[in-house]
Design a protein around this ligand. Sequence first.
Ligand code: ADP
Ligand code: ADP
Length: 226
Amino acid sequence: MIQLENVCRLYRSDEVETTALTSIDLNIDAGEFVAIMGPSGCGKSTLLNVLGTIDRPSSGRYIFEGRDISASAEQQLAKLRRDRLGFVFQSFNLIDDLTIGENVALGLAYRDMSAKEKRERVEAAMDRVGVAHRKDHHPHQLSGGQQQRAAIARAIVGEPKLILADEPTGNLDTENGAQVMDILSELNADGATIVMVTHSPAHADIAKRTVSMVDGRILTSARRAA
Ligand code: ADP
Ligand code: ADP
């Protein structure tokens, strides 16, 4: 599904140059559940952002579903993100002025489907993660666990092929973190490819493969024994 070939990412600001990613080679097959681990600053978020096309490689190639998108126009990447990708963040990133139902519906913005179909899909996504009863509440009225589950509903309502999750359990207690991991595992079992940054070895174990990074490089990539 995904191939990164010799991907580098440099950040330049005034005199300082930071190498966030160095010579990354990474293949991810459809249906994989990959955990990315490594110390703070090693490039995990940058890697996830490159995979999510919200950051571009400075050099190297990004092949998505057989197509080299390294030099694609921003408009094409926006379409790819909308149709194929779902994002989950550590801090949920729900919009507090909107209800949970409205937040989840954002995952279908600009999709070409009837209002009725949108409504049904939003209902189904909220049901799936157990927040349907919170539809008319605002994010601040929900617990952290509920907010993250609502954020997952927004990510999956468009039925993405690839879910990118940046420390999705980082702000949650053990029990709510476990609930989120259960949901991600179910989504993976149902066919979604998932790439997740985590600091939790226990959560990485739930993924099928762990990629360890240090200093902008991939150190090891180990698949869990079935
Ligand atoms: P991690 O997610 O593993 O903590 P990041 O991918 O956030 O690591 O960062 C990798 C390196 O790139 C760090 O040294 C960080 O300071 C630097 N970096 C990340 N984003 C930017 C940016 N927008 N501008 C400058 N440097 C950045
Ligand atoms: P659910 O009710 O979907 O199982 P959680 O397991 O996340 O939700 O919530 C556990 C408990 O915390 C529930 O009884 C819920 O009503 C309560 N709760 C929800 N939102 C808040 C909040 N903002 N502050 C405190 N408790 C909350």
